[in-house]
Design a protein around this ligand. Structure first.
Ligand code: ZN
Length: 678
């Protein structure tokens, strides 16, 4: 059940931010309850749902004018601010109701033309519905209980039973002008109603104050939830527990690789978000999965995120089945597109035909997106749809919109216009595994790749420094505390990459440690220890990651932090140089043997970078022994500029985007003519 979270003090806080005019009071309370609604995913999710209020403001001539403030596109109710609810002149919008037809483009244009601030985002496509309802505050949600009800065949009887005449029903029409008109007409016929059920779509309610409208959202949704609980109790809706064997995670890289291979035209690298709680695994035991998968989405705009249908794998799926089913899915999507595009005059651009959601018994529900954040968003909506289906089926049947309506939303002109805007990036959406990510160089590498749009998996032995790095990342990142010299580490790390992202695209094997000692003083145990981290850890992880790459069969990139020490020994750094020289040989050997799988292997030789390997005290000692100051020491190269960790990170980035480079070592030292290629 949903809890009423409204609180006078908190509402005041939101109003005080804006000021004390009536407009500020209305908009402040509107922001507050919008956020309350947005904070509960089962009410609205990821930009879904919208809210509005009608109020008065003054124009530049100090004339009073009536406006409606409606959620702008690109804003999420959970984090909305006043500027996310742009003000539009109300009167011209109300005029539109007289029209018989209005295209989406003209509607958007008219809404924009009547904005008070030309910089505002586009008002929601449901703006006219908000405007045509006569109430001051209007709330629209896609709450799970209402979605269950909105897709039941016997909705009429149930609405009568729960609400009597207090809730009117609006048939399914695609969001926009036609829906707004129809909803307003139905409201006019039922002036006593306190809410609308939009079939196959969601719920509207309203009030004289933000509080009244919000409380109706909660109250009406709870009424539906109560009815659902009561009626589910009477039925056995969970099947007997059959144990499904947990599937090998390597299947994920097979799925991901095949999708990536067939997404080249869309510049799309898939990232997975996998869910598998009790409810999901119980759903995945249903015998009618493939029938349910063909039904469609519970609310129209979900189709943009999760496509109309998920791909369903059988309980005993194997690699062969994965490849056949993915191929069939793409073929079916192709014919779905061809069948439906005929109805459109303008030329449509087919979207990526691969699935956005996979039901994989033994693994779970897989949401697929362009990076971790969007994959999680897909998984959230797919999970909600799964619940709506599951309970809907137990309560009379799940009957959402049909193929034609689904296609109309998926290929909506307003949505198609958005597609062209995405830029091409060679790194965006790639999953990059970075070791030594808590160190100075590792942190910079993580920063550079993450800001370019990559998902980053950050590995380090030291949790504190790892967390420091994590703080600098966006949500497309995870941390793994791991000792790379432990023989179980590589498998655990790659499994975590599979579980969290579906695969790996780039390994940056960076972790290292140097100990100062002359060869004569160096004992074999210390040298062996150095080899453990500076060579064997790289060797073991590169091997394990290569297995994932080969299974994905879309190539991959391995990048080692080699160090100039591999070719140009520094006095007393033998215990570091020996394994690093071996690492450089490994780089070449791997490049030779992995080339046939389209896996490139390269490295960076950096010199004189302030880091855990070159500490302030070492810099002091060395510059003194050379009789120069510290700055001179750090800038003694051809460019006379200090080389910083960020320059090393840029070197890794340039190797990561090089399509035709392998067995190469990039030197980053500000220029050193003796060390340059002869
Ligand atoms: Zn909606």
């Amino acid at each position: 059940m949903f809890i009423n979270l409204w609180n006078e003090k908190n509402q005041k806080k939101h109003i005080n931010i804006l000021g004390n005019t009536q407009f500020d009071i209305d908009l402040g309370s509107r922001v507050y309850t919008s956020r309350l609604i947005g904070s509960i995913p089962d009410l609205v999710m990821h930009g879904g749902g919208n809210t509005s209020c009608k109020t008065y403001t003054k124009n530049i001539f100090n004339e009073k004018m009536e406006v409606i403030c409606v959620k702008g596109s690109g804003w999420d109710l959970e984090t909305i601010e006043a500027k996310g609810l742009p003000s539009i002149r109300l009167e011209p919008l109300l005029e539109l109701r007289k029209l018989k037809k209005l295209s989406d483009e003209n509607m958007v244009n008219l809404q924009r033309a009547n904005l008070l601030d030309s910089q505002s985002p586009n008002p929601s496509v449901e703006t006219l519905l908000h405007a045509f309802l006569p109430h001051k505050f209007v709330d629209h949600t896609h709450a799970t209980p209402f979605l269950i009800l909105a897709n039941l065949p016997n909705y009429k009887k149930i609405v009568d039973e729960i609400f009597g005449s207090k809730l009117a029903v609006v048939p399914y029409i695609m969001p926009g002008f036609d829906l707004a008109k129809k909803a307003a007409d139905i409201y006019d016929l039922h002036p006593d109603c306190e809410g609308l059920l939009l079939l196959n779509h969601g719920h509207f309610t309203w009030g004289r104050t933000a509080k009244e409208s919000y409380e109706r959202v909660i109250k009406q949704t709870n009424k539906v939830q109560k009815w659902i609980n009561k009626n589910l109790k009477a039925k056995k809706y969970f099947q007997k527990k059959i144990k499904i064997e947990k599937k090998e995670l390597s299947f994920l890289s097979t799925i991901r690789g095949d999708i990536e291979k067939h997404s080249k035209d869309y510049n799309f690298v898939p990232t997975f978000d996998i869910r598998n709680d009790k409810k999901i695994s119980s759903f995945l035991l249903r015998k009618d999965l493939s029938i349910l998968a063909r039904r469609g989405v519970s609310s129209p705009d979900h189709v943009i995120r999760i496509k109309g249908n998920p791909l369903v794998l059988s309980k005993n799926f194997n690699e062969k089945e994965i490849l056949i089913k993915l191929n069939n899915f793409r073929n079916e999507y192709n014919s779905y597109f061809k069948r439906n595009k005929k109805r459109f005059k303008n030329k449509l651009k087919m979207l990526n035909p691969n699935p956005n959601v996979i039901w994989a018994p033994g693994i779970g529900l897989i949401g697929i997106g362009g990076d971790k954040k969007s994959a999680a968003l897909v998984a959230d909506i797919a999970e909600q749809n799964m619940h709506v289906m599951h309970y809907g089926e137990a309560l009379g049947g799940y009957y959402p919109i049909k193929e034609k309506d689904q296609f109309d939303i998926e290929y909506w002109s307003l949505e198609q216009a958005k597609i062209k805007k995405t830029n091409i990036s060679l790194i965006r959406g790639k999953t990059v595994l970075i070791t030594g990510a808590g160190g100075i160089i590792g942190r910079q590498i993580a920063k550079v790749f993450n800001s370019e749009g990559a998902n980053v998996v950050l590995v380090d032995k030291d949790l504190k420094s790892l967390q420091e790095t994590h703080k600098l990342m966006n949500s497309n990142s995870i941390i793994l505390q791991s000792d790379l010299t432990d023989s179980t580490a590589p498998k655990l790390i790659t499994n975590s990459c599979l579980q969290n992202f579906g695969g790996i695209d780039i390994l940056i094997s960076n972790a290292g440690y140097a100990l100062e000692s002359s060869i004569l003083d160096l004992d074999i145990t210390t040298l062996k220890e150095s080899f453990e981290l500076n060579f064997f850890a790289h060797f073991n992880l590169a091997k394990e990651v290569s297995k994932v790459f080969i299974n994905q069969s879309v190539g991959g990139k391995i990048l080692f932090n080699v160090s100039k020490q591999a070719v140009n020994p520094g006095k007393n750094f033998g215990s570091y140089g020996l394994p690093k020289a071996t690492l450089m040989f490994l780089l070449k050997q791997l490049a030779l043997e992995l080339g046939e799988y389209n896996i490139s292997v390269n490295g960076v030789n950096a010199d004189k970078i302030r880091s855990g390997l070159l500490t302030p005290s070492m810099i002091k000692k060395r510059s003194q022994s050379r009789g120069i100051d510290e700055n001179q020491y750090m800038t003694s190269n051809l460019l006379s500029k200090e080389v910083e960790a960020k320059h090393v990170a840029e070197g890794f980035l340039s190797l990561a985007i090089s399509e035709r480079t392998s067995a190469h070592v990039l030197t980053i030292d500000g220029g050193n003519i003796e060390a340059s290629l002869r």
